[in-house]
Design a protein around this ligand. Structure first.
Ligand code: ADP
Ligand code: TRP
Length: 322
């Protein structure tokens, strides 16, 4: 059975972009793959500085995945900081990776371009830690959104470099990116992202959700006029969760005119509430069951450690530490 691995940072509330671009694939793929999935809380330390927030967001992400259908018997689901192997392998990779190679990474380049004054060594090193996360588990595929493609390419280069220096150790993984949902737009039309404040949160209370959906930016075509669905974010988002027939019906309404963006937004809101109805119910149940959530993550860490330790031991042998 082929293996997949992915991680998501606990850096805010999960949104439609996270779900469609990554979380949904993680959950669907657990049927046909041996799956490893972790909460990237070591990576989140590059931005989160409040211990309560770190705990809360980590817990919330765990609850969200379980509510959306992640089966912890099938998927090894764990928290990155429960294993020391990730940071250890990261150091090893640091020592064989050149600075200019890491300087090419988007996150670092963006931070520099925005003139950010404080860029931590951790943020700079982010892709190297990600390479360690991935290679420890020797996965075949890494399911992620388009924005992570570069990180997976860097991971492949780092693996090849290690193998060249110390001998065949790491399997070279492939990214798995679903085209239709590679970049889900946010309420302002840019890529939906926690850091842009343009998200639609899948587990927000109804009032917040309504505010987010109604806040989607549209053009000023009058209600009576026909509208181009392909140019409207409301339609793009609807299409991603509705059936083909529902999408066709909406497309016709756009083209006919006499129907406003406000109506389309209402329809989208209904669709979201409907699509996530079961998950939202389960989320409410699970969030009060703290012991269960922590047990799942502890058990996941135990199972993950077996695989991670094995790979790290092998790398240490190749280096001459053992
Ligand atoms: P954010 O940009 O909101 O901080 P993360 O970096 O935590 O999101 O991303 C978690 C996962 O969700 C990654 O695999 C990422 O590629 C995917 N993802 C995030 N935003 C989008 C989006 N707008 N469209 C598609 N995939 C996305
Ligand atoms: N960088 C990823 C993100 O922001 C999170 C992540 C960390 C990850 N380690 C990973 C994703 C390993 C896939 C595999 O979304």
């Amino acid at each position: 059975m082929k293996r997949i691995l992915s991680g998501v940072q606990p850096s805010g509330k999960p949104h439609l972009g996270n779900y469609l671009g990554a979380m949904r694939q993680h959950i669907e793929m657990q049927k046909d793959f041996e799956a490893f999935l972790f909460i990237a809380d070591l990576h989140a330390l590059t931005t989160v500085r409040d211990p309560e927030l770190m705990r809360e967001q980590t817990f919330d992400l765990a609850v969200s995945y379980l509510a959306l259908g992640l089966d912890p018997e099938k998927t090894v689901f764990f928290k990155q900081s429960d294993l020391s192997e990730h940071a250890e392998l990261c150091w090893i990779f640091d020592c064989i990776t050149q600075m200019p190679f890491v300087e090419r990474a988007h996150a670092w380049k963006d931070a520099q371009a925005k003139g950010k004054k404080e860029i931590s060594v951790g943020l700079f090193n982010y892709p190297v830690l990600q390479a360690a996360d991935i290679l420890l588990y020797q996965p075949d595929l890494v399911p992620v959104g388009q924005d992570q493609k570069q990180h997976i390419e860097m991971t492949r280069d780092i693996a090849q470099n290690f193998n060249n220096i110390f001998g065949e150790t790491f399997q070279i993984p492939e990214p798995h990116i679903e085209k239709d949902v590679a970049v889900v737009p946010g309420t302002d039309g840019q890529k939906m992202s926690k850091s842009y404040g343009n998200t639609i949160e899948i587990f927000a209370d109804e009032k917040t959700l309504k505010k987010q959906v109604m806040g989607i930016v549209t053009d000023s075509t009058p209600v009576e006029d026909p509208k181009d669905p392909e140019k409207c974010n409301v339609f793009t988002l609807y299409k991603l969760i509705a059936t083909e027939e529902e999408t066709k019906a909406l497309e016709e309404r756009y083209k006919k005119g006499g129907w406003g963006y406000g109506d389309a937004k209402k329809l989208l809101l209904e669709k979201i509430m409907d699509h996530f109805a079961d998950a939202r119910k389960k989320y409410d149940e699970l969030k009060d069951n703290k012991d269960y959530i922590y047990e799942v993550l502890e058990d996941g860490a135990k199972r993950a450690r077996k695989v991670a330790k094995n790979t790290l031991d092998q790398a240490k042998k190749q280096i001459g530490y053992k």
